[in-house]
Write a protein that binds this ligand. Structure first.
Ligand code: NAD
Length: 357
């Protein structure tokens, strides 16, 4: 029997509630597909500041590194908002990504059929199905390049530098090509090669790599055009490959097509099979502790973990199908629609388990 060790970083606000439901579902699917999951817990964010005086204790890094994968709820809240940048809960989030070498961020933009009406796009634009995967480089580019302020022509000038090494481009492109191979074998690489030298190297490198993936249909789009195409014809995309800054913006745009923040999962991957899986939303302090948060983004993050880190693709698919089935009749308050059953966070977890049986 396969055994997996998962480190849980429940975090703050609704974090513990939604992670508990995701664990419930992971246990159900493990039972059904015959594997075992052991859990360890560690502190991150505000809860770590309160208990240990730092948003990212060394013990948390050690526990994450010793696990097969990490499931994170969310961090942050008004209690810690006045702390200086490096001491805030969000610093723990950036710190753990760096400590685990997570260089690839995967953000699926999927529309679940029962939630089609929540999308800001018209039905005819969405078409039959919308399922796009944005693969974003996470540890390079302008967010990590040389920056500063200097005197220029008698006034202050600020600068940030976009920079990529061939090896950095190759490693993220490999993730995107492999992803395309597992999906519909279509890859769109996004750049601004008409203006930026770093983008020209990006494009050359991706073209060179495409020789190793002859089955993948590769095309290139400028980032401004991609932003437009996502809202006028999103069905043309399968996998989108982008650098850090373009991916930051495009992944938010792509994910909003689904229309509800409580449904969106994400994964951050490293060179090894260790990944960190989390919903894209925050700790929602306004609804914390009321058992009304939507746990589906976290449950779907578990499905991504099963697919990309634990090699249990059937179990992953079963969770996605169960979520689709449950949504036909049941909604947490954030996605409630007249005529459906309004359910709590824990009831939603129970219903997904029941649909898996
Ligand atoms: P948020 O995503 O927490 O909440 C935005 C709105 O969406 C709120 O009205 C909230 O109630 C609602 N919402 C979010 N998730 C929901 C869910 N699962 N079910 C139902 N409703 C949900 O963003 P915010 O209010 O800007 O930030 C709150 C805190 O979270 C801040 O401290 C912020 O720094 C932090 N944050 C953390 C992460 C993370 O941990 N990855 C990401 C974003 C924000």
């Amino acid at each position: 029997m396969n055994k997996y060790n998962i480190c849980l970083l429940k975090g703050d606000g609704i974090g513990p509630e939604i992670v508990n439901e995701a664990v419930k579902v992971l246990d159900c699917v493990a039972d059904k597909y015959g594997f075992q999951v052991n859990y360890d817990e560690a502190l991150l964010g505000g809860s770590a500041i309160d208990a240990k005086g730092t948003p990212l204790p060394q013990e948390t890094i050690d526990k994450c590194k010793a696990s097969d994968s990490v499931l994170l709820g969310a961090v942050g809240g008004p209690k810690w908002d006045k702390l200086p940048g490096k001491e805030r809960p969000e610093a723990g989030l950036l710190g753990i990504r760096g400590a685990l070498g997570l260089f690839a961020n995967l953000r699926p933009a999927v529309i679940f059929e029962p939630l089609k009406s929540a999308s800001p796009l018209k039905d005819e634009i969405i078409g039959d199905k919308l399922d796009v995967m944005v693969v974003r480089e996470l540890t390079g580019g302008i967010y990590f390049g040389e920056r500063g302020r200097r005197e220029a022509d008698g006034e202050v000038e600020a600068y940030d530098t976009e920079q990529y090494k061939v090896s950095e481009i190759k490693r993220i492109a490999k993730v995107a090509f492999e992803m395309a191979m597992k999906r519909n074998k279509k890859l769109t690489s996004v750049d601004k090669a008409n203006v930026l030298e770093a983008s020209r190297l990006w494009r050359e490198t991706v073209i060179e790599m495409s020789k190793d993936y002859p089955e993948v249909e590769l095309n290139h789009l400028y980032v401004d055009n991609t932003a437009m195409q996502l809202v006028i014809n999103p069905g043309q995309f399968d996998v989108i490959l982008t650098n850090n800054i373009f991916g930051d913006i495009l992944s938010d745009e792509a994910s909003m097509i689904s229309g509800s923040i409580g449904m969106l999962a994400s994964a951050s991957l490293s060179d090894s099979s260790l990944g960190l899986y989390e919903p894209i939303h925050g700790s929602a302090p306004d609804i914390a502790g009321q058992n009304i948060a939507n746990p589906l983004a976290t449950i779907l993050s578990v499905a991504m973990m099963l697919k990309y880190s634990l090699n249990e693709p059937k179990a992953a698919e079963a969770i996605e199908n169960a979520v689709n089935k449950v949504l036909a009749e049941n909604r947490t308050p954030d996605i409630y629609e007249e005529g459906k059953n309004k359910v709590t966070c824990s009831e939603m977890g129970d219903l997904v388990c029941k649909a898996l049986a």
